[in-house]
Design a binder for this molecule. Structure first.
Ligand code: ATP
Ligand code: MG
Length: 433
């Protein structure tokens, strides 16, 4: 036997029955996006490496060590499998002059790639659903996307708030000049306590001291706690933006925690940043992260355009849904067609076609090369399929131009009956779930 080939580590297949839950998730996402007037976009999975280096910042976890970058052996182009969705969307709207008519509300979904150590809730290929809202500077839009997320969590059957399945954390990163002043104060603070810094922090001290605040090293918690807080460096306009955000969340009855240490992993954020977190998944507890990025479009060569968006980690949401017992039962077919003899197939197929176009989902028993199978074995399969009805295309029924309809589940209500093969529209409703 030939040797089996295995998938790349950290990159997962999606198979039934889990795939049904993902389809259901996609439907909820689509409904919520439509209700909020967001338009769907799809950008390539591969982009020029420079897009992420310039967009995300050179001294970020992603660009430093997580990107799948390679040279196109055909022409030497430097390419990267996208690690996140925002840079590609911003490139696309800039490339297509997509903002000349004003702002845009966009959403996307698809795989992202990061070379991380695979573990529960952390993979090398994972999936995000995200939105990018471009052209609107106000905190009203920040609130809009946060409330859109609350609507999505609710549609998924998750509870929202303190002590619930998910809760919201927010912070403000201010404007670049304010961050500059804070950064200088941070460097001074960490230099004063240089003996308490780990190697990672020392390396970042002069390149990206803000990221030191994000450390997961318990030994550094003290020196991080006592560091100067960015909020104390914010000017009037930034504080007003943050105050309006908080007031609108209060008005919407959405509880949140202000987390001054929430800084996010990409350089492009300013003003509002937020995360939705869960206590149910251990270390990988952030299911969604987002914020405002008013400088990014210009940084990527477009006209200055404010932006705000988020990315949801779909695998983590699916884990959370399973943990919270919020996954719906997998869908079952309405009916299973039992066909004792292949000679009946032309009439069976025509009938099933007609039923399907009436919105009934039907599975046909596969007869195989023999062209026949016992009723008993077919009924067994019908039961196993989960179908609520069996359609019996037996010789007696067909002789009368009819099909037998047998409920397979107790409590299905309808009694066993036979129905005419012509005019299925009149009785299709009996079968539809
Ligand atoms: P983390 O701190 O967990 O590494 P992050 O800040 O790197 O997250 P973002 O870049 O903000 O993550 O991506 C948005 C969301 O995508 C995260 O909140 C998370 O739910 C999900 N995510 C990020 N990286 C992974 C991964 N390697 N595997 C699965 N989901 C991921
Ligand atoms: Mg990360």
């Amino acid at each position: 036997m030939a040797e089996k080939i295995q998938a790349v580590k950290g990159m997962n297949d999606l198979l039934p029955p889990e795939s049904a839950a993902w389809e259901w998730f996609d439907e909820q996402v689509r409904r919520v996006m439509r209700a909020h007037g967001y338009q769907f976009v799809r950008t390539p999975i591969v982009e020029p490496t420079a897009l992420f280096v310039r967009g995300l910042g050179e001294v970020t976890d992603i660009v430093e060590k997580e990107m799948y970058s390679f040279e196109d052996s055909m022409n030497g182009d430097k390419l990267t499998l996208r690690p996140e969705g925002t840079a590609g969307v911003v490139r696309a709207i800039t490339e297509h002059n997509f903002l000349y008519e004003g702002g845009r509300r966009l959403w996307y979904a698809g795989p992202m790639f990061r070379h991380e150590r695979p573990q529960k809730g952390r993979y090398r290929q994972f999936h995000q659903v995200g939105v990018e809202v471009l052209g609107f500077p106000g905190p009203d839009v920040d609130v809009e996307i946060i409330l859109l997320l609350r609507a999505l969590w609710r549609a998924l059957g998750l509870s929202v708030g303190e002590g619930c399945d998910v809760r919201l954390e927010i912070n403000s990163l201010g404007e670049p000049s304010e961050r500059q002043a804070h950064r200088a104060a941070l460097i001074a603070h960490f230099e004063q306590h240089a003996d308490l810094l780990d190697a990672d922090a020392k390396r970042r001290l002069h390149s990206n001291p803000l990221r030191i605040l994000d450390t997961k090293n318990p030994a550094m918690q003290g020196v991080v706690e006592s560091a100067p807080k960015l909020i104390d460096f914010l000017g009037e306009a930034s504080l007003a933006h943050f105050a309006q955000l908080k007031a609108a969340l209060d008005a919407a009855g959405l509880p949140y925690r202000v987390n001054p240490r929430l800084v996010r992993g990409m350089d492009y954020y300013n003003l509002t940043v937020f995360e939705w977190v869960t206590e149910r998944l251990g270390a990988q507890g952030t299911v969604c992260g987002g914020g405002r990025y008013d400088g990014l479009v210009e940084q990527l060569g477009g006209k200055p355009t404010p932006g705000v968006g988020f990315g949801i980690g779909v695998e983590r949401v699916m884990l959370l849904l399973a943990e919270a017992g919020a996954l719906p039962a997998a869908p079952v077919p309405d009916a299973y067609a039992i066909v004792p003899d292949a000679a009946a197939l032309p009439r069976v197929l025509a009938t099933l076609d007609a039923l399907r176009s009436e919105g009934v989902s039907v599975l046909l028993h596969p007869l195989g090369k023999e062209g026949a199978a016992s009723m008993k074995s077919q009924f067994k399969k019908a039961d196993a399929s989960g179908a609520r009805f069996a359609l019996i295309f037996g010789a007696d029924e067909l002789a009368n131009d009819r099909v037998g309809v047998k409920p397979l589940r107790a409590g299905e209500g309808a009694a066993q009956s036979t129905q005419p093969l012509d005019g299925v529209a009149a009785w299709a409703g009996l079968l539809r779930g």
